[in-house]
Design a binder for this molecule. Sequence first.
Ligand code: PLP
Length: 400
Amino acid sequence: MPVHYLDNAATTPVRPAALETMVPLLATHYGNPSGAHRMARDANRVLDDAREAMAAALGAAPGEIVFTAGGTEADNLAVTGVVNHVRASTGRPAVPICSAVEHHAVLDPVVHHGGDVVAVTGAGAVDLDELAAALERRAGPGGDGVALVSVMLANNETGVIQPLDRIVELVRTSAPEALVHTDAVQALCWIDVAEAAAEADLLSVSAHKFGGPKGVGALVVRDRPGLASIVLDPLLKGGGQERERRGGTQNVAGIAAMAVAATETVAERPTAVPRVAALRDRLADGIRSRVDGVVETGVPAGTDDRSAKTANLCHLCFEGIESEALLFLLEKDDIMASAASSCASGAMEPSHVLAAMGFDRDLAFGSLRLSLGYDTTDADVDAAIGSVPAAVERLRARGS
Ligand code: PLP
């Protein structure tokens, strides 16, 4: 039986070209890139090439790329690195601000530093009036100051895209001293990140969301022409790698594989987006037309307008069932999916993203995330259209 992998927002299959790059490098380029001899220089050259490729994919300069061990580290480094530096250099208790639908890799450090979490609308977009009010309160006279505002490009549960341009504009006028960070971990396959995040000061990506290996990522830290350079307090202190921004010997082979995956992803994006969007639309329409009592998140009620979402996400909430039981039945049909974000699954709390969008607990407990990827096929979509409505009806009939 073929497996129907519809959990690409959790992680993606490694692209063949990334694998073919990575495995031989483990054997041949094991020199420490910080060393002084020829083998070290060879490894360092691999890093240089990867840095250039990542910079091209993200619309950055090579010197702006900081390699990390994944998206969580990149997000933590952006928030904590900036907050700690601003507090130490200004003596002010400046805070971070983020949206209520951020991944926990942003949300938790923001809360840890005493920052503000800004509400979103029912459609999942940051409430710009609330953001303006938070900026005014914190950056205005008598406020603590704002170190950083972090808003993701695309949400990992719903796929809702944030109005980053308007957010940057608001921050530049209301709190000009604050930096803007965007978590683009879910975005690279589906959005032109170079263009959409051109005005952000910091940007995080993670290789395993676009066909690279797990445990590798990058943070872009912009060198802003004419402005003071952005200084981060490193989270990992040590050998001074990555221009003193991230200590630790780099994962040379993993980073090279990430760069290959990013380059392929960006090159394929113009064809991948319409292809995957058409599959996703067929999937969402197919399920919605076969079962009642379903809400599709990020889509205006009574419509099939998915223009506010990334092409890959079909996120549905079913009345009267529990996601865990649904996932169990789908797995029996070889369909791999998630309830919400995979990091949160297992915990019996409804997703904070759905709660922030105003979903009641019952509906939030019946959520299903089907996320498509670069290699999703018509057969995967057909299988899910065949299984999901039947499984939902079965669970409703038995009352769970
Ligand atoms: N940010 C978002 C939006 C994510 O979806 C994820 C992973 O699910 C992360 C950050 C964390 O990335 P990583 O798994 O590479 O630590």
